[in-house]
Design a protein around this ligand. Structure first.
Ligand code: NAP
Length: 248
C-alpha cells in the first residue's frame, strides 16, 4: 500500500522539514500552504527532484471548504491519505491577556484548533476501517506552550495548544479500534519564522539558556519524532504526547 502524507503548513519551518523527511522515507507528500506558494513549491520540487512524489496545495485549514478541497485533491492526485500531520499553526504579537481582542483570539483558535479538527475529520473519514478505509496515523503538532502557559507573550496560543493536546487524547481513544493512531509532539524553542510573527525574531537566542540542553532545536529534530510516530515502529503508541524540547 502506498503511503500518502498530508503535511499542513508544509512549506516552511517544522512542516517543511517534516515534508522533506517524509519524501525521503518514501511517502507521497502533499505540501499544504496558506500564502507562501513559492516556499511550498520548493519543498515539493526537492522531493520530486529526489525521485519522490509530491504536490503543493493551497488551503486555509481554518476554512471548511478549503479543507474538504485539500483532501479531495490528494484523493485524485496522490491517492487516499494514510498519514496526516496537523502542523499549520499561528501566533500573534506578544501581549498580555488584558490587551487581547476577540478577533485575535478567534484567529489563533480558528487555525490551531478548528483547523486541526477539520483536517482530522477528513483524515478519519478516509482512514477508518469502519468506513471501509485501511487505517492510518495522525500526528498533531502541539507546543510546550501548552505546559508553560506563555505569560506576557501569548496565553491564547498556549491555550489553543492545550486544546490540541486534549483533542489528541480523546480522538486517539475514539478511533483506536478503527486502525488509526493519533499522537502529538510538543516542540520547545525551535528556530523558525514563527518567533518573528510574535514580534521577537531573536526569541530562541534570548531563551536558550533556559533549555537544559543549552540550545534551541532545529526543525529536523522535530520532524524525526513526527516521522517515528507516523511509522509502524510506533505501532503500540497512541494518545501519546512527546516533548521535543531539549528538556525544557
Ligand atoms: P512557521 O515557520 O511560521 O510556519 C507555519 C506554517 O503554517 C507555514 O507554512 C504557514 O503557511 C502555515 N499556516 C499558517 N496558518 C495556516 C492556515 N490557516 N492554513 C494553512 N497553513 C497555515 O512555524 P513553525 O515554527 O514551523 O510552526 C509549525 C508548528 O509548530 C505550529 O503548529 C507551531 O505552533 C508549532 N510549534 C513551533 C515551535 C517553534 O519554536 N518554532 C514551538 C512549538 C510549537 P505559509 O507558508 O503559506 O504562510
Amino acid at each position: 500500500m502506498e503511503r500518502v502524507a498530508i503535511i499542513t503548513g508544509g512549506g516552511r519551518g517544522i512542516g517543511a522539514a517534516t515534508a522533506r523527511l517524509a519524501g525521503a522515507r518514501g511517502y507521497a507528500v502533499c505540501v499544504n500552504y496558506q500564502r507562501n506558494e513559492a516556499a511550498a513549491r520548493e519543498v515539493a520540487k526537492a522531493i520530486t527532484d529526489a525521485g519522490g512524489r509530491a504536490i503543493a496545495v493551497a488551503a486555509d485549514v481554518s476554512n471548511e471548504g478549503d479543507v474538504v478541497r485539500l483532501f479531495e485533491t490528494v484523493d485524485w492526485e496522490l491517492g487516499t491519505v494514510t498519514a496526516l500531520v496537523n502542523n499549520a499553526g499561528i501566533l500573534e504579537r506578544q501581549m498580555r491577556v488584558d490587551e487581547m481582542d476577540a478577533g485575535r483570539i478567534r484567529r489563533v483558535f480558528d487555525t490551531n484548533v478548528v483547523g486541526a479538527f477539520l483536517c482530522a475529520r477528513e483524515a478519519v473519514r478516509r482512514m477508518s476501517t469502519n468506513r471501509g478505509g485501511r487505517g492510518g496515523a495522525i500526528v498533531n503538532v502541539s507546543s510546550g506552550a501548552a505546559r508553560w502557559g506563555s505569560p506576557d507573550e501569548y496565553v491564547d496560543y498556549a491555550a489553543s495548544k492545550g486544546a490540541v493536546d486534549t483533542m489528541t487524547v480523546g480522538l486517539a481513544k475514539e478511533v483506536a479500534g478503527e486502525g488509526i493512531r493519533v499522537n502529538a509532539v510538543r516542540p520547545g524553542l525551535v528556530a523558525t519564522d514563527i518567533h518573528a510573527a510574535g514580534g521577537e525574531p531573536g526569541r530562541v537566542e534570548r531563551l536558550k539558556a533556559t533549555v537544559p540542553l543549552g540550545r534551541g532545536g532545529q526543525p529536523e529534530e522535530v520532524a524525526a519524532a513526527i516521522l517515528w510516530l507516523l511509522s509502524d515502529e510506533a505501532s503500540f503508541t497512541t494518545g501519546a504526547i512527546i516533548d521535543v524540547s531539549g528538556g525544557r
